[in-house]
Design a protein around this ligand. Structure first.
Ligand code: ADP
Ligand code: MG
Length: 212
């Protein structure tokens, strides 16, 4: 599904990632584990096309996408900050980007909300500001799943949630990965989280995989 080969990123003189290579099979739940500053976000952003590599190639399903813009890669992203529009309802937050991208809405919002374990009857017409932190993350996740991406990138999306809720959402993410058969790449500095969810775990140190 994805092959990162020799990814290197310099920000000026600072080497954020140094000659990183790995492969990911379709449907896998992969975690990039490493301490803060080791280059996890930089790597995810390069996969998404948001960071231009200094060196290295990225291949999706065998095609070289290194020079493709983000919108041509069919990759979804979820971050710690959900960036929901506060004045819009849950439904509007999911429909708005779908419409902008010419996607058929139909019953998709209901289906997506059920996939992230939110009851549409209860939550679809709430304003984003009326949601808890965990519910906001569920909505943000539903919004990124709307595009049916080949790969979903998750950059510590649960880091701000309390322990119990975080554990629950981690289990649900692992279930969702299986249910959808979608490839997930999760980034975290928590070994416990990584072990709970992953099929494959890459341990990063100073921008390099030191253990798989
Ligand atoms: P992680 O996500 O593992 O915490 P990052 O990928 O965010 O690590 O950062 C890796 C290194 O690159 C850090 O030293 C960070 O300060 C640096 N860095 C990240 N983004 C930028 C940027 N836009 N400009 C300059 N330095 C950056
Ligand atoms: Mg980061």
């Amino acid at each position: 599904m994805l092959e990162v080969e020799g990814f290197t990123k310099y920000y000026g003189d600072l080497c954020a990632v140094d000659d990183l290579s790995f492969r990911i099979e379709a449907g896998e739940f992969v975690t990039l584990l490493g301490p803060s500053g080791c280059g996890k976000s930089t790597t995810l952003h390069a996969i998404a096309g948001l960071v231009e590599p200094t060196e290295g190639r990225t291949r999706l399903r065998g095609d070289d996408v290194t020079d493709l813009p983000p919108e041509k890669r069919n990759i979804g992203m979820a971050f710690q900050s959900t960036a929901l529009f506060p004045h819009m309802t849950v439904r509007e937050n999911i429909e708005f980007p779908m419409r902008n991208n010419g996607l058929e809405v139909g019953d998709r919002v209901e289906e997506l909300l059920r996939q992230v374990r939110l009851d549409p009857e209860v939550h679809a017409d709430k304003k984003a500001t009326e949601l808890s932190g965990g519910q906001k993350q569920r909505v943000a996740l539903a919004r990124s799943l709307a595009y049916e991406p080949d790969i979903l990138l998750l950059d510590e999306p649960l880091a701000s949630l309390d322990y119990v809720l975080r554990k629950r959402l981690q289990r649900e993410l692992a279930d969702l990965n299986e249910e959808l058969g979608m490839t997930f790449i999760y980034v975290t500095h928590s070994l416990e989280s990584a072990l709970l969810m992953s099929d494959t775990l890459f341990v990063l140190e100073n921008g390099n995989v030191i253990q798989t």
